[in-house]
Design a protein around this ligand. Structure first.
Ligand code: HEC
Length: 199
């Protein structure tokens, strides 16, 4: 089942999450045509990792949208799943020799390691913010976790009015829902540049 089905008939808030989920997870279904037995282990491994992240995103989106009951330990576990599979773990899953067909990973990755790694790290940073939010909210999704909470401060910091560089320190103040939205954008940004659909 394609993940965008969760958008059907929903009054998702914000709708952007559903759209981004659809874009970044459109391949959640079975990998077509190429027999996965013939793929190198490193490719199989990273695809499993990607699918685990996509599944975790789906669960977190479900809780934000009220389609799944909010469960703080589970919410945190899904965020930690994304954290574990992004950052350095993700970076290590794309050695130069594994790029190109039959994998969907473009050769371009090896030419743009800094950019690729930065995207992988950003996913991990946003996942940390989401994970930490669950610890502060044992019973319910709090208003502080919602899109729009505390935006004036964050907005001004993102506009560079504060001195701290846009790093972990800054993003730790993002509402979890906003961090999730940005996380999904990083998935999509990396796929747009570094992945091609192989059929
Ligand atoms: C830094 C780059 C990068 C980031 C960040 C990234 N991906 Fe990927 N993703 C890829 C590449 C490259 C492939 C193709 C891998 C292959 O075919 O070998 C892929 C493949 C996938 C697939 C298809 C797996 C399959 O079975 O073929 C899914 C689903 C996926 N990613 C989901 C996600 C989600 C969800 C996120 C964010 C939480 C994410 N990805 C973040 C680069 C990235």
């Amino acid at each position: 089942m394609r993940i965008w089905i969760i958008a059907h008939g929903s009054r998702a808030r914000p709708p952007g999450i559903v759209i981004l989920l659809a874009v970044c997870c459109a391949m959640l279904g079975p990998v077509p045509s190429i027999g996965s037995d013939t793929l190198p282990d490193v490719v199989k491994g990273r695809r499993e990792a990607m699918k685990a992240m996509a599944n975790a995103c789906k669960k977190i989106a479900g809780m934000f949208e009220g389609k799944l009951p909010y469960d703080a330990p589970a919410f945190k576990r899904w965020a930690d799943t994304i954290k574990a599979h992004s950052g350095a773990a993700l970076m290590a899953e794309f050695p130069a020799a594994s790029l190109g067909p039959p994998s969907g990973a473009k050769y371009e990755i090896d030419k743009s390691r800094d950019e690729f790694d930065a995207l992988a790290r950003k996913v991990a940073s946003f996942a940390s913010v989401i994970s930490a939010a669950a610890e502060q909210a044992p019973d319910d999704i709090t208003p502080q976790m919602r899109m729009g909470a505390g935006m004036s401060t964050i907005g001004s910091s993102l506009l560079g009015k504060r001195k701290i560089a846009a790093g972990e320190e800054d993003i730790s103040k993002l509402p979890a829902e906003h961090a999730f939205h940005l996380l999904l954008q990083e998935c999509s940004a990396c796929h747009a540049k570094f992945r091609e659909e192989i059929h």
